[in-house]
Design a protein around this ligand. Structure first.
Ligand SMILES: C[S@@+](CC[C@H](N)C(=O)[O-])C[C@H]1O[C@@H](n2cnc3c(N)ncnc32)[C@H](O)[C@@H]1O
Length: 395
């Protein structure tokens, strides 16, 4: 990135101009006044803003309930039942295992959230959001796994104070807190590896539409899970050699997959703990896909340095993950990932500028951002390892 980069740590707070402070103070006093709010809700020029703001606030208050309605739909497989066409309450009720009143209550709640829709003849069909859910197993898997997150968020203040005792998410992602991730076994890594594999195709599509890998000879995907990203990269760049690096138990799972086996001699695996063992050389491009945000600053910086050491001069690092400063996705970055990673007890969301500063501190040139179609889901930075003392090449 060619704009100025903030440092990776806590000092990277946004600078706010003094006039904005004064304006915000005036606005906050106004909005706190019940008389002003009543006036604004009735006055024709401010009515729509007042209604929209009230709706946003209510959505914050009720967000957990909406999520639980969605969880009930997923657990009862409502979207699967409706995928072949609309059904009446009496046809649905035995499939859901609910009585008629509960079925109707769920359908009405789901309709309010655009998950289902009432159709002609007393039948119910998929709504615009339910249709997306029905076509995407990865979102359902994510919704079910959120049970662990919500259990951890039951006392958010204890979480912030570091006083929460158990962490369901830390148990789900055991590499985040153990001091010996290389010792984890198949039973420890299976659940998260499957969840990552289910959602990886969407991420791979975004990343590989943004970056053409055909000019490279060998791609090493560090923290590459069960190899889904490499499998798609290999499909798009048929002469690219593929190397998967992840924990020993994870690469063993990858090797058992028929799509991985079908890659034959062009694919290899390397089971290692990337925080405690050096990375092997030989690749001219290394990818870190949804990996850096899992780690606290010190570990993340050490990982970037290790990638730099493993690359030849003019080698590239491809870093892909959701980022904190994404326009239109601020909630996803600092609110969702901020608290998710707090509950997981490792890592934090970082802005593109913070990542750029960390990449430069690791020895890379300022990265270049490759635009993706859905930056909310993932953004892509490409960083060049310069030939020593020859600045100026672009990533
Ligand atoms: C959030 S997952 C992302 C997986 C994959 N890149 C994707 O996007 O689907 C993080 C991956 O990093 C791996 N990982 C975490 N810590 C590691 C370590 N110390 N050494 C090697 N791999 C590690 C995990 O096993 C996991 O597969």
């Amino acid at each position: 990135m060619r704009r100025s980069a903030a440092p990776g740590g806590l000092s990277a707070a946004t600078t706010v101009a003094p006039w904005r402070d004064r304006w915000s103070l005036w606005r906050d006093r106004l909005l706190a006044s019940p008389r002003f709010r009543q006036w604004a809700a009735g006055f024709p020029l401010t009515r729509w803003v007042a209604h929209r703001r009230a709706q946003s606030l209510f959505d914050l208050v009720a967000g957990f309930v909406y999520s639980q309605v969605l969880l009930a739909c997923v657990q009862l497989r409502l979207f699967d039942h409706l995928a072949d066409g609309p059904l009446t309450v009496s046809a649905l009720q035995p499939r859901l295992g609910l009585d008629a009143a509960a079925t109707l209550r769920l359908l009405q709640a789901a309709q309010a959230l655009q998950l289902v829709e009432a159709r002609h003849g007393g039948r119910w069909g998929l709504g615009p959001l339910g249709a997306v859910m029905a076509g995407d197993r990865a979102i359902s898997a994510m919704v079910e796994h959120h049970g662990a997150l919500y259990a951890d968020l039951a006392d958010p203040v204890a979480l912030l104070r570091g006083q929460a005792r158990d962490s369901h998410l830390a148990a789900f992602w055991p590499y985040a807190t153990t001091s010996a991730p290389g010792q984890l076994g198949d039973a420890d890594v299976g659940a998260y590896s499957e969840l990552m594999s289910a959602s990886q195709p969407l991420v791979a599509e975004q990343v590989l539409d943004a970056v053409d890998l055909r000019r490279f000879a060998c791609l090493m995907d560090v923290g590459g899970g069960q190899g889904r990203f490499l499998i798609e990269a290999g499909r798009r760049a048929p002469s690219l050699a593929l190397r998967l690096l992840d924990l020993p138990a994870v690469v063993e799972r990858a090797q058992r997959q028929p799509e991985w086996q079908a890659l034959g001699a062009r694919a290899s695996v390397h089971g290692a703990d990337f925080l405690r063992q050096p990375l092997p050389g030989g690749a001219d491009i290394v990818s870190l896909v949804r990996v850096v945000h899992d780690h606290d600053d010190e570990a993340a910086q050490a990982l970037l340095r290790a990638v730099h050491a493993a690359l030849p001069p003019e080698g590239r690092l491809l870093l892909a993950e959701p980022m904190a400063d994404t326009p239109g996705a601020a909630r996803m970055g600092d609110a969702y990932f901020g608290f998710y990673l707090l509950a997981m007890r490792s890592g934090r969301p970082r802005s593109a500028a913070q990542l750029a500063a960390m990449l430069q501190a690791a020895g890379f040139q300022a990265p270049h951002e490759h635009a993706t179609r859905q930056p909310l889901q993932t953004r892509v930075l490409m960083a060049l390892k310069p030939v020593a003392n020859v600045p100026g090449a672009r990533a």
